[in-house]
Design a protein around this ligand. Structure first.
Ligand code: NAI
Length: 302
């Protein structure tokens, strides 16, 4: 069928660039689903931390998966870890890889610098993908000579728990490349959805403006943060309210995303900056990670 690739043609070896929150999750899941993974970051120190966090997460997953079989859980952990090779050497990491997944800082200049280097170092057949949340894939791909072998693989945090994978194609992405990316996503055990290279793809395109509109409501004094969250949980069946979600994502991240889209699409009222959000970020209220956002997470005040 249109969606099957011969076994010999499948993605087996992958390279994840960036061993942070997302990169380590992607590396972990790829390793537990039978892929050989090389994980790259900027220092041995960071890589060591990434491996530690993968180890802890694998132990949790293993415990759940093999509840009455400690030996099987241990084997699961060791097998997966043995399939992840951490390195700071990009050239070495991509020399015979089928797919590179980029999960470094959300900054176009830094991503361009990386992809220029990758384009030189990787073999012809290697497919490139970015895990970016808010930057256009087509713009990231511009610095490479392989736009036909370029796409987006947008995972969700935490990667081992979240089933969804948005698979993005730019106009130049070949059918062959797109098919391989979709099949790779399924091989990773994810539910794939297809989307064009539009701001926020599917999930964030709907969620971010929704969180911003909730913030505008609060700013006008229409309702309290607590009541808006309760209303959306109990009235719309959402697992989290918009403010609980914004605090989880990080208010600085929300602001960075909406400001970026506003710059690219100044006429879209959904992307208008929100003064209350800007003030909170300026005051260092970033959500859970700073101890305070729309809600307070400091122990003393609970
Ligand atoms: P993070 O800050 O946790 O990790 C980024 C890692 O990349 C760090 O370990 C850093 O040392 C490394 N890095 C930076 N520049 C590098 C370079 N030139 N070469 C190699 N490694 C480099 O960030 P996070 O949250 O994992 O985000 C990474 C990407 O994933 C971003 O593009 C972000 O938009 C996207 N994303 C984030 C989600 C989230 O919930 N945090 C969800 C989906 C996508």
């Amino acid at each position: 069928s249109r969606f099957s690739t011969s076994a010999a043609n499948m993605i087996k070896k992958i390279t994840v660039i960036g061993g942070g929150l997302m990169g380590s999750g992607i590396a972990q899941v790829a390793a537990t689903t039978g892929h050989k993974v090389t994980m790259v970051d900027t220092s041995e120190d960071i890589l060591q931390k990434s491996v530690k966090s993968i180890q802890a997460s694998l132990a949790r997953v293993g415990k759940k998966k093999f509840a009455n079989d400690e030996a099987a859980g241990k084997k699961f952990l060791e097998d997966a870890l043995s399939h992840i090779k951490p390195t700071v050497n990009i050239k070495e990491a991509v020399k015979d890889t089928d797919l590179v997944i980029e999960a470094i800082v959300e900054n176009m200049d830094v991503k361009h610098k990386l992809f220029r280097e990758l384009d030189q170092a990787a073999p012809q057949h290697t497919i490139f993908a970015s895990n970016t949340s808010s930057l256009p894939i087509g713009k990231i791909a511009e610095v490479t000579s392989r736009k036909d072998r370029f796409g987006g693989l947008h995972f969700f945090n935490p990667v081992p728990m979240m089933k969804l994978l948005e698979v993005i194609r730019i106009p130049e992405t070949s059918d062959e490349t797109y098919k391989k990316l979709l099949e790779f996503g399924k091989a990773m055990g994810k539910h794939t959805v297809e989307c064009k290279d539009t701001p926020g793809f599917i999930v964030n395109r709907l969620l971010v403006p929704y969180m911003m509109e909730a913030t505008r409501m609060l700013e006008r004094g229409d309702a309290s943060a607590q009541d808006i969250d309760s209303a959306m949980k109990l009235g719309a069946g959402y697992p989290m309210g918009p403010f609980e979600l914004a605090d989880y994502v990080g208010l600085d991240t929300c602001m960075f995303i909406i400001d970026g889209w506003h710059k690219d699409y100044p006429e879209n009222p959904l992307f208008k900056p929100v003064p209350l959000l800007q003030k909170m970020v300026a005051d260092g209220k970033l959500g859970r990670k700073s101890g305070e956002g729309f809600f307070n997470y400091k122990k003393s005040s609970m």
